[in-house]
Design a binder for this molecule. Structure first.
Ligand SMILES: Nc1nc2c(ncn2[C@@H]2O[C@H](COP(=O)(O)OP(=O)(O)OP(=O)(O)O)[C@@H](O)[C@H]2O)c(=O)[nH]1
Length: 269
């Protein structure tokens, strides 16, 4: 039986579509960390292409075909090739592939040395056109922050809260060896204290006091991230967002900044 290829039908409305794709597609992947450990995890994929005004639709099944074909070779560089493969197979001018997954790092509690896994939401995204390619990494890192104002004005204690530091960077070279681990370290160092899954009492004492000794506003955290990364030649540009779930309000506080790194064609900002 011959089935109509509806997606290939023409369209006469004269509307270019910048992105058409599939989102929320969960697929098993293998992720390596800086120490060379490989872990199975599940990524959620968002994949898209542009669709020219004269074409009715995108062949969505091809997104999954391409992903399945590339599933064992996913890395920053191969994700670019995958997006380019997608662009060619779809006959599009632009294609993007983004994979978001939980990245686990084994952490030692600061005093007892007890080990546990911390989980971080990470995304790697590639965007390809005929003449350009971008590989973008992003991490979302939870931290503790102690309010410097509260510490300065209070007779006892200071309010503190969970903060979320999101760093997004474009790589100068997809093979340039920037690890999620490094971005996570920068984010954790910007806060008053990192978080741990497992803390014994001596660790809890240490974390509480070291956070108190290192109070930061959301502005301080955002600036600390920019300062740590703006001279890194492996990065062309980046953005940071810090959100504090305020413990003395029922709203949050946030700060955002973006920068362009110094380098060929780049400017520090
Ligand atoms: N473009 C488009 N496709 C949809 C939509 N809803 C469902 N579909 C998809 O239609 C797909 C089937 O069409 P194609 O991907 O073109 O499949 P095909 O024609 O067998 O594959 P090719 O030969 O590679 O073109 C299914 O994977 C459905 O997901 C929609 O809103 N837009």
């Amino acid at each position: 039986m011959s089935l109509a290829d509806v997606q290939a039908f023409p369209d006469s409305r004269g509307v270019d579509l910048e992105e058409v794709g599939v989102g929320g597609l969960r697929y098993p992947i293998l992720v390596s960390d800086r120490q060379g450990n490989k872990r199975d995890t599940v990524a959620t994929f968002n994949m898209s292409v542009d669709v020219a005004r004269e074409v009715k639709g995108a062949h969505l099944s091809r997104f999954v075909e391409v992903l399945h074909a590339w599933r064992d070779q996913l890395g920053a560089a191969s994700l670019l090739q995958m997006a380019d493969d997608l662009r060619t197979r779809m006959g599009s001018g632009r294609a993007s592939v983004a994979a978001t997954f939980v990245y686990f790092l084994e952490r030692e509690a600061p005093v007892s040395g007890a080990t546990s896994f911390m989980d971080y939401a990470c995304t790697v995204e590639s965007i390809v056109t005929a003449g350009t390619s971008i590989v973008r990494l992003s991490v979302e890192v939870p931290v503790t922050s102690v309010c410097p104002c509260s510490k300065a004005i209070s007779d006892r204690g200071a309010h503190n809260q969970r903060g979320r530091v999101t760093i997004e960077v474009d790589l100068a070279d997809p093979e340039g060896g920037l690890w999620f681990d490094e971005l996570i370290d920068v984010a954790e160092e910007s806060g008053s204290s990192p978080l741990y899954a497992l803390l014994k009492r001596p660790d809890e004492r240490f974390v509480t006091m070291s956070a108190y000794d290192n109070p930061v506003f959301v502005e301080d955290m955002a600036r600390a991230v920019v300062v740590a990364l703006r001279a890194d030649s492996r990065i062309t540009r980046g953005r940071v967002q810090v959100v504090n779930d305020e413990s003395i309000h029922n709203h949050d506080a946030f700060a955002r900044a973006s920068w362009t790194n110094a380098g060929p064609g780049g400017r520090r900002g």
